[in-house]
Design a protein around this ligand. Structure first.
Ligand SMILES: [Mn+2]
Length: 429
């Protein structure tokens, strides 16, 4: 850690914020003392939280209309790791990266692992990409991958996923996320039941190649790129398939992959109850799968999701959850977006730790609707920024990561070294 950003730069920048932070933190401690909460216990829990950065998220994303790359964009996985390390040195809660293959293919995986670990970064869940044709491939995924009617194309997609597992093993990963773009644009185009059967069969072939301590995460999505039907269209289908595959198969909830107004926190609760919640792709949306920055549109929803997680954790019902960010940065410097997103995520988690769950249960058991709502709102309305800033400062990270980042002129400097490629290598999944 602190290979990407010099510790002294952060230390000196923090000096100008400490006086105000001390005052804000004192008030925060006084405020939570009224809830009988000890700030030290919060610090410990928050310090143990980590959210993985998406390797594809540090490059500028795009829409189907255009992509507007910024200066100094990373052109390969090594440069992406450098950018992720900048973020982690500043915020301290993003010490892992979720790679995407074949986008992040390299010749020497042990060397990539060594390079990454030298920045204090580990590899999180690996992602497979069978939604576009790999260079030089024999079959095409135009009409599907794991569910394609042609067995040879299915086998090609299965092999790509198994290759991902092998790359992930070398990199020290412990899981694979599978999202497929398979679906249809016309009624009658696909046989719904047969394509789902082919999906399960293909996934079974991949599942058998999982190491003992791995999990496979099934990511659902209601539409796009297919706009009439999608194979794994909702959490229920995802659950049924995960159950069919076995105990290493878990469901991944991408916040954007739901129809508008879906109660995502309830889905989270259901999956916890069914022991099939495996991970998250954090982002935000207004209309659909907009891949906007986490917490930028609906931070209350993000809090309510963490409320379910924290409540379940207190009851001993939460196992190993993979927290990852998955968003597309079209008009911002992705590094700034990811800094703010990680901040929104940790804030939502911190607020959930302020909920008085015993009082909430009591209020629910008395049908006290207003009191129940008030308990959640009281926690949500407390400003946890001073707590998260204090934790960052104590661990030598930046109190104000955006201002430190801007003072580095990082992308400007990188633009002199990195070749700027306007081609699209980023994706939205
Ligand atoms: Mn996703």
């Amino acid at each position: 850690m602190f290979k990407a950003v010099e510790k002294d730069i952060i230390f000196n920048a923090n000096k100008s914020f400490t006086e105000i932070l001390d005052k804000d933190y004192d008030y925060f401690c006084e405020r939570i003392s009224r809830l009988n909460i000890n700030p030290e216990s919060l610090k410990e829990k928050i310090s143990n939280f980590n959210v993985a950065l998406p390797s594809w998220g540090v490059g500028t994303g795009g829409t189907r209309f255009a992509r507007f790359p910024g200066i100094g964009e990373p052109q390969n996985i090594f440069e992406k790791i450098e950018d992720c390390a900048v973020i982690n040195d500043l915020v301290g809660i993003t010490s892992s990266v979720s790679p995407h293959f074949p986008w992040d293919d390299v010749d020497d995986y042990p060397a990539l692992r060594q390079f990454t670990e030298s920045y204090g970064i580990n590899f999180d869940i690996v992602n497979s990409n069978t939604f576009q044709d790999p260079a030089g491939s024999k079959g095409s995924f135009k009409y599907g991958s794991l569910t394609h009617i042609d067995q040879s194309v299915r086998e090609q997609a299965i092999k790509m996923n198994i290759d991902c597992i092998e790359k992930g093993i070398t990199l020290g990963s412990k899981g694979l996320t599978v999202w497929i773009a398979d679906g249809g644009n016309f009624p009658g185009q696909q046989n719904f039941s047969k394509s789902l059967e082919r999906y399960v069969s293909s996934m079974q072939s991949i599942y058998t190649k999982l190491p003992e301590d791995w999990m496979i995460l099934l990511e659902h999505k209601p539409y796009e790129p297919a706009f009439y039907s999608t194979i794994i269209n909702d959490w229920g289908t995802s659950y049924i398939c995960a159950k069919e595959l076995g105990e290493k198969a878990m469901c991944l909830v991408d916040l954007g992959h739901h129809l508008p107004n879906t109660n995502i926190e309830m889905i989270v609760s259901r999956l916890i109850g069914l022991k099939k919640l495996g991970g998250f792709h954090f982002n935000d949306s207004k209309f659909g799968d907009d891949d906007l920055d986490s917490g930028s549109i609906n931070p209350f929803e993000l809090f309510l999701i963490f409320n379910e997680l924290t409540n379940a954790n207190k009851l001993g019902k939460l196992n190993n959850i993979a927290y990852m960010i998955d968003q597309s940065h079209n008009v911002t410097d992705p590094i700034e977006s990811l800094i703010l997103s990680s901040n929104e995520i940790i804030n939502a988690y911190a607020k959930s730790l302020l909920v008085d769950y015993q009082s909430l249960r009591d209020a629910q058991n008395c049908n006290d609707v207003i009191k129940s709502s008030q308990i959640l709102k009281e926690a949500y309305n407390i400003d946890v920024n001073p707590l998260c800033q204090m934790i960052r400062m104590e661990k030598k990270h930046a109190i104000d990561p955006i201002s430190v980042y801007r003072s580095l002129h990082y992308k400007e400097n990188k633009s002199k070294i990195r070749k700027n490629d306007s081609g699209s290598s980023s994706g939205i999944v």
